[in-house]
Design a protein around this ligand. Sequence first.
Ligand SMILES: [Zn+2]
Length: 287
Amino acid sequence: MPQKIMYAYSNADGDQNKPICCNDIDKNEYETKYKGHLTCIKCSKARMKYTERKNEVKFFSTWNKEGHLHDEGCPYNVIYKGKRGRAKLKAFYENVRLDDDTILRRLKWKMSTLLNEYKEEAMKHPHQGSSKVETTEFAEVGVPVVDENGNESRKSPALRYDDANYITRDDVGCKKSVYGVIDNVQLIKEKNGAAYAYFNLKTRMSVVNVYLPEAFYENEDANGVEEFEKFVGSVKRMVESNKKNIMVIAYGDIRAKKKMGLNINVISPKRILVDNKTYFSILNGIV
Ligand SMILES: [Zn+2]
């Protein structure tokens, strides 16, 4: 049974990794335009095919015999199928260890390329929103990377970047950076003084939250719950002022929560940028 996938990248007719939804095309368009030109929305490596059932159920799945062509760490790679596959995928992500300064540097890099892309797209197509998304990895050539055990290496492990619109339950168990626009901010305070926060993102399909648990402000780079609440309050004001879309990029484990949809579990202030600003600069009032 192939996995049913809603989105794929199109490279047909001048498209460049343009995300398309299976519900937006039909059999005829597939055969004449897209066939052979669709790739995986997660890793853009393996080719995808389109299926349309008589009951109008439409979906994408991996092109026959190309399951192994997905990137290492792509949830659609054949080796990650089934229960044992999910455990393998989790093990893969647990092996990707990066220190928080490296993560922050990469988030900044990714955000700057995203903002430039949005700007370019807006200039090229002033009447259309940007639909350009990319998931390429960032290789910092020659910059040593220190892992959590203090070991230095020049080979930097992959950090994946995904648009929140394409995060689904297939990503559960993956650790990656997800970016999107914040829809609303929830700060939840418990009687014992603990707090946690959700930044709910604007997405088309799944409910996706950036989730900041207690571990976030218990981290050595943070200064406790009061500072945390101040940070969340500032982000809330930025979002509610409605002056512009507030973008967030955050790195963490993707987890499923029954009522809350999917969470990106962020456990360090150095693993998040809001409106291209760090936790620290937001606290210092550079808002
Ligand atoms: Zn893939």
